[in-house]
Design a protein around this ligand. Structure first.
Ligand SMILES: Nc1ncnc2c1ncn2[C@@H]1O[C@H](COP(=O)(O)OP(=O)(O)OP(=O)(O)O)[C@@H](O)[C@H]1O
Ligand SMILES: [Mg+2]
Length: 293
């Protein structure tokens, strides 16, 4: 959007971790990436283990120093850890474990104090699906419930920008749907979300745009739908012939192909069983781009 400052700007970002004793040489975890996230957008970072997602997110959160490049988060340089920025950002780290004996409600009350205009504690507990665990000690929560608490803690300050590093890992299917609903409701409130996930259906459901990264470089970027049909990917038409054998044809022009196939079948007085037209899913594109072959 012209004239509107992006929520996040990343230019030629690089991060090298120094060589450590016994663990070989330096690691170039991020090797020059560029992207920007508009205000109100849900942006997904996808990529295999070790791709550089968490490194990138932690630099944007101000938890890690970059080696080179420029980043701007709500107009601030996060490496300077400005106070104002911290009050406007919510974070779900990939791994956390700061709490034990405090209860869900106590923890939320504690973290609410850091923010100028926190949300109501019980509202956030409800949103995260933790109503029944409100007065349970955090150490007695299940893995998935602890992750819901992480999400609740990220939302307590009513932040305008939320970083979610694999927020739904360990969630059961119903809890995942619940979290998706919560994340969608953030979009309705005009919040900006930077999300990493290994669940490509989650990215497809939630993200306005995604970047696929591997080896510290961005391989592709766009809306999930654009990535599906872009990059030379085609439509796939499948049908079973009279003997029940499945035939799969790839085409750029499914209208014409279907017309030909169905006319020929009708002329023969046959049915095309199990007929389907599909586009490559985000998962197909992801696997093709990130495969080592
Ligand atoms: N503190 C660190 N010191 C040294 N190397 C690190 C450190 N943190 C990460 N790395 C390395 O940087 C690379 C990128 O790691 P990162 O955690 O950013 O990956 P990721 O994309 O988040 O992976 P995952 O999907 O497994 O969470 C990896 O090779 C990792 O071993
Ligand atoms: Mg990670």
């Amino acid at each position: 959007m012209p004239g509107v400052e992006a929520a996040i700007e990343v230019r030629d970002l690089r991060k090298s971790y120094p060589a450590s004793r016994g663990a070989g040489g330096a690691i170039d975890a991020v090797r020059g990436i560029d992207f920007s996230v508009a205000r109100g957008e849900i942006f997904g970072l996808l990529g295999p283990n070790g791709a550089g997602k968490t490194t990138t997110v932690e630099i944007l959160e101000g938890y890690r120093q970059r080696t080179a490049g420029a980043v701007s988060v709500l107009g601030f340089d996060p490496s300077e850890r400005p106070r104002e920025l911290r009050a406007r950002v919510g974070i779900v780290l990939q791994s956390s474990g700061i709490y034990a004996h405090a209860t869900v409600a106590e923890l939320l009350a504690h973290f609410a104090d850091f923010y100028p205009r926190p949300r109501k504690i019980d509202q956030v507990i409800e949103l995260a699906g933790l109503a029944e665990k409100r007065d349970q000690q955090a150490r007695h929560l299940s893995g998935g419930q602890r992750r819901r608490l992480d999400l609740a803690l990220a939302l307590i300050g009513d932040p305008e920008l939320i970083f979610l590093d694999e927020p739904t890992t360990g969630f059961d299917p119903a809890a995942r749907r619940g979290a998706w609903q919560t994340i969608r409701s953030l979009r309705e409130l005009g919040k900006t979300v930077l999300l990493t996930t290994h669940y490509l259906d989650e990215a497809q459901e939630l993200a306005d745009r995604v970047a696929i990264i591997k080896g510290g470089r961005i391989l592709a970027e766009g809306s999930p739908a654009e990535l599906g049909v872009g990059a030379g990917s085609r439509y796939r038409v499948a049908y079973a012939n009279g003997n029940g054998e499945l035939t799969i044809v790839e085409t750029d022009d499914p209208t014409r192909l279907l017309n030909e196939l169905t006319s020929a079948a009708l002329a023969r007085g046959e049915q095309l069983n199990a007929l389907s037209v599909t586009r490559p899913s985000l998962e197909d594109v992801y696997l093709e781009l990130t495969s080592d072959a």
